[in-house]
Design a protein around this ligand. Sequence first.
Ligand SMILES: *[C@@H]1O[C@H](CO)[C@@H](O)[C@H](O)[C@H]1NC(C)=O
Ligand SMILES: *[C@@H]1O[C@H](CO)[C@@H](O)[C@H](O)[C@H]1NC(C)=O
Ligand SMILES: *[C@@H]1O[C@H](CO)[C@@H](O)[C@H](O)[C@H]1NC(C)=O
Ligand SMILES: *[C@@H]1O[C@H](CO)[C@@H](O)[C@H](O)[C@H]1NC(C)=O
Ligand SMILES: *[C@@H]1O[C@H](CO)[C@@H](O)[C@H](O)[C@H]1NC(C)=O
Length: 329
Amino acid sequence: MNVVWILFTAFVFTAAKTEEKVNDRPIIGILTQEIDYNLNKKYPNQYHSYIAASYVKFVEGAGARSVPIWIGGNDSYYEDILSKINGVLWPGGATYFFQKEGYADAGDAIYRIAKKINERGEYFPILGICLGFELLTYVAANRVEHRTLCSSNSQPLPLEFMRDFRDSNMFKNAPSNVIRILARENVTANYHHYCVTKKDLRRVNLTDEFHVLSMNRDKKGLKFISTLEHKQFPFYGLQFHPEKNLYEWVTGKNIPHGHNATVVSQYFANFFINEARKNSHEFRTKEEEEQRLIYNYPVTYTAPQNSTYEQCYMFKKSDRDGLLIENDI
Ligand SMILES: *[C@@H]1O[C@H](CO)[C@@H](O)[C@H](O)[C@H]1NC(C)=O
Ligand SMILES: *[C@@H]1O[C@H](CO)[C@@H](O)[C@H](O)[C@H]1NC(C)=O
Ligand SMILES: *[C@@H]1O[C@H](CO)[C@@H](O)[C@H](O)[C@H]1NC(C)=O
Ligand SMILES: *[C@@H]1O[C@H](CO)[C@@H](O)[C@H](O)[C@H]1NC(C)=O
Ligand SMILES: *[C@@H]1O[C@H](CO)[C@@H](O)[C@H](O)[C@H]1NC(C)=O
């Protein structure tokens, strides 16, 4: 009788603990980057950094809110912000990895801190898209440049899955229609002139650290990695742009907008946000959360200025400076 009772309470306790771990109000930090060359031409010297709004919509469309993460912070800033959010998104774009106080410096700090958070037992996911995918292996390689120049601009592709791709967080629970579409249809939007090949990964000793889940070929036949995940931590990379299928409308760039293309894009958004629900970080107060959310910033309709982005959040240096300091509220 006693044993049964103990087993029963143990079961209830475990169930309650697991239950408690699901965070249905996740907040994603989206890394800003140096203002884009073209945006700077259209809005001369007004802005310091930006986020294309499609990334904000991508997380919102899967049930999360977002806060911008500034470039140019120090480790205390990144430690503080990561302790309050549930995951990080590294957007694509076009910036250099060697720029001082830039995107890659921030990515490097975030990667080191996110590893530590996971090591102490708090699940903390990172998703890198396109340039963010490249950033993932770049910082994992201790900033040893290893990308190969390639030619995959405006190239919609199906994924060529590796044999064991189902043996992954990213795809183990993917519905069969999602896999069927990804494997057969030109639904992934590729816009990159750098690729990471398997040889590149080997060169920086990352073969055992990452699980390559799919490959693709660029316009000249070069085989590149299109999806991967870290073997130990919930860190994911997509070389293509799932957010564009849903939220970017520039013409002439072959962005897939059909029903099936949106189904697979939404899959990646839902997958990532569900990973973030496993983290329970939160801001110390409601006021602090309100002060950090992206809703504080205006969004600009940039497409009429011939930007490839429909809308952008563009930030002045002064937007950031007050918030780099840890706020005691
Ligand atoms: C969309 O995907 C479904 C499920 O795999 C498939 O049956 C259908 O033919 C696809 N539609 C188009 C237009 O390709
Ligand atoms: C995908 O695109 C390639 C290259 O443009 C084309 O040859 C192929 O027929 C397309 N596949 C499908 C299923 O539409
Ligand atoms: C990879 O490992 C080899 C052998 O241990 C070492 O010589 C080389 O410096 C490493 N390369 C990098 C980029 O870490
Ligand atoms: C956008 O591009 C078109 C075609 O190149 C050009 O005619 C137009 O002036 C551009 N608009 C702006 C605001 O730069
Ligand atoms: C980090 O930056 C903030 C704001 O610029 C500053 O207040 C703080 O002293 C810095 N911390 C360290 C450890 O350098």
